[in-house]
Design a protein. Structure first.
Length: 428
């Protein structure tokens, strides 16, 4: 026997039962972004490798060790996108969407990073994200946070997530702070771990969020970002905090929150949870005012976030009583050739008359007993039965599969309204 082929490690199938949750989750997201007037942008999954190197930064985890990079047949270096922001900026610049304009965009789709697969961490994973361009003030920073908070409420997980907030300051202030930090940390070279020593040369701010307790002990007394902010960024941050207070959004300022990507400045934030073990960040974002120009566009301010959908799905799976609909509402059962054709025709006219109602026709024959087993398994709320006597009398038998209610004999002309009434009754 030949060996079966399996999916790539860290790249998961989404089977029908999970798709149900995912479709529902994605629909809630679409509804929320629409309710803020955001528009969708779809970009290719593959981009030039340079796009990610130039935006995310050469010395970040993603670019150093996580990208799926390969040579195209013509020798170009291509990369499966590890995140969505760079592509949005690239597309915005390429199509003239950004200069002198405001854009409120969102995207959703697969991302790829070669990481060690574990719960909440995969090699193909999915992000939903928003990106706003051309709005400089803290009003839009607050809006994206508010939008994410609305999602938690909608999903019933507002109590499971916590908002952490920080400001990195302007790029200049950050560069000056970086020098101070390196000077301070250099005194402790003998105590820093290998990772931190490497970062001391390449990306010293990342040492602030080291998980190593010994490094943390050194970081405690390091110069503080908040004391080294430029005046404008400090003002921006204060105004953002005041807005969040006024909107009733709770947060904690985390001085050590710096984010792993190079392009952030000023506001950075993360929504974190205790419910997912080590993979605790569900949503992360911030301001990236320099990126548009860095990728060849004109200076344009920008702010956004990305949410990990697998992590969100894991949180939702822990929730009780989600209103995820079963895939079928009505199961049509029929015995005999005439009845079967009649059932298919009736199902077609029900689909015309009752848009949104999901109807499954039994296929494969068999007696009613067997067909009703299938009906039960389908999750349908009601079954419509057509046998010989129904054909003769021109009626349909309507059975309730979930609710305690008498079966009914319905005239064909009244079928659509009877189905609607029956479904409304079972949905209460
Ligand atoms: P982490 O610290 O967990 O590695 P990150 O800082 O690399 O996260 P971002 O690049 O900010 O993550 O991506 C935003 C969100 O996307 C994360 O908060 C997380 O929810 C999700 N995410 C990132 N990498 C993965 C992955 N490999 N598998 C699943 N979800 C991921
Ligand atoms: Mg990561």
């Amino acid at each position: 026997m030949s060996k079966t082929i399996q999916a790539i490690r860290g790249m998961n199938d989404c089977l029908p039962e999970q798709s149900r949750l995912w479709q529902w989750m994605e629909q809630q997201i679409r509804d929320v972004v629409a309710s803020y007037g955001y528009e969708e942008i779809r970009t290719p999954i593959v981009e030039s490798t340079d796009l990610f190197k130039r935006s995310i930064g050469e010395v970040t985890d993603i670019v150093e060790k996580e990208m799926y990079t390969f040579e195209d047949r013509n020798g170009d270096s291509l990369t499966l996108r590890p995140e969505g922001t760079a592509s949005c900026v690239r597309a915005g610049n390429e199509h003239g969407l950004l200069y002198n304009q405001q854009q409120r965009l969102w995207y959703m789709g697969p991302m790829f990073r070669h990481e060690r697969p574990q719960k909440g961490r995969y090699r193909q994973f999915h992000q939903f994200g928003v990106e706003n361009f051309g709005i400089a003030g803290p009003d839009i920073d607050a809006e994206v946070i508010l939008l994410s908070a609305r999602l938690w409420k909608k999903f019933g997980i507002a109590d499971n997530v916590r908002l952490e907030l920080n400001s990195l300051g302007s790029n200049e202030a950050r560069a000056a702070y970086r020098e101070k930090l390196v000077e301070y940390l250099s005194q402790y070279k003998d105590k820093l771990d290998e990772d931190s020593l490497r970062r001391l040369e390449t990306n010293p701010l990342r040492i602030l969020d080291s998980k190593n307790p010994e490094v943390q002990a050194i970081v405690v007394d390091a110069p503080k970002l908040s004391e080294n902010l430029d005046a404008e960024s400090a003002e921006h941050f204060q105004q953002l905090c005041e807005r969040l207070d006024a909107l009733g959004i709770q947060y904690q300022v985390n001085e050590r929150l710096v984010r792993g990507l190079d392009y952030y400045n000023r506001t950075v934030f993360e929504w974190v949870t205790k419910d997912l073990g080590a993979q605790g960040t569900v949503c992360a974002g911030g301001r990236y005012d320099g990126l548009v120009a860095q990728l060849g566009g004109k200076e344009t301010t920008a702010v956004g976030f990305a949410m990990g959908l697998e992590r969100l799905a894991l949180l939702l799976e822990q929730q009780q009583g989600l209103a995820i609909p079963d895939p079928v509402d009505v199961y049509m059962a029929a015995t005999g050739d005439t009845a079967e054709i009649m059932a298919v025709k009736l199902a077609e006219s029900l689909r015309d008359e009752l848009p949104g109602v999901r109807i499954q026709n039994h296929c494969g024959g068999g007696n009613f007993k067997k067909q009703m087993k299938r009906a039960d398994k389908s999750g349908a709320a009601i079954a419509l039965l057509i046998g010989e006597s129904e054909v003769e009398q021109g009626t349909i038998t309507l059975k309730f599969l979930r609710a305690e209610a008498e079966q009914q004999s319905v005239a064909i002309a009244d079928l659509a309204s009877a189905v609607k009434t029956a479904l409304d009754k079972t949905r209460l």
